[in-house]
Design a protein around this ligand. Sequence first.
Ligand code: DOR
Ligand code: ZN
Length: 344
Amino acid sequence: MSTITFRRPDDWHVHLRDGAMLQAVLPFTARVFARAIIMPNLVPPVTTAAAAAAYRDRILAALPAGLGFTPLMTAYLTDDSDANEIEQGHRAGVFTAVKLYPAGATTNSALGVTDIAKTYPALERLQALGIPLLVHGEVIDSEVDIFDREAVFIERVLAPLMRRLPQLRLVLEHITTKEAVDFVGGAGPGLAATITAHHLLINRNALFAGGLRPHMYCLPVAKREKHRLALRRAATSGNAKFFLGTDTAPHPIPDKERDFGCAGIFTAPAALEIYAQVFAEEGALDRLEAFASLNGPRFYGLPVNEQRITLAHRPWRVPDEIPTEAGPLRPFLAGEEIGWRIEG
Ligand code: DOR
Ligand code: ZN
């Protein structure tokens, strides 16, 4: 098969940032994806409906002419999130979902949740209204090995939360472990997961291959090979619980290549193409549409896209560097060849 045409996909996990960076990175997402779930970890975080509506306006204003793209906004959950604010924002059509960052787990998560019990009133309201909670699933306990933080989160936080609020709709974001694949696969239909392109390609060796590799660093960090293989099986299985979320997360090169360098991999310039390559390698191109274009809308209760996209097996090279007004960016797989490209 040298070309494949399917419904236009959506990206269920994107960091678009703001200002000059938003302007620079938005076209890479909007060229491909019809809709995207927009992460709220700005500085300050997007906690109110007014802030989310204003951010949505800035995204739409930054959109290149002629590109149809719908940003789906999220609320950043804090210890004292107001359930009424979330409900009103949802009823006003602003909030599609709510994002839970454990405080300190990742970029701009300092104002995240310190103790999940503090958010029960808000989470009970989400459950009652059917609003999905999107979860960064890592414990922040520094005693827990960083490679175990997702599995431990499932055991210590997610499973008890699901027992307490069994009807809460949940997406475990950017899963990186076999434990997460098995847990999500074994749970009821209210729990789904997104899988990034980079976690399908790299294992933790990539962080150290030939030297320290900051552009391979993201959170949750890539795990052992057996976990990468479990993610590939899940993504290409056709199981409706797994869908596309790139977690594309741009940081200027100087912020990646310093001490305390930022976590985040900028995959938007080649994301769908990488997924296509993975599905081709797994002999599962016929299931790419389910993963990229059907399973996500089904979980979110949204219509599927009517437009089509075509990918062809025609190699191209990812740019080494992308200059922007917000500083230079290094895309994932910079300088490397990818087998699939978008034809239209
Ligand atoms: O690697 C990451 N980068 N993981 C996250 O959870 C946040 C993201 C970012 O905002 O840069
Ligand atoms: Zn993210």
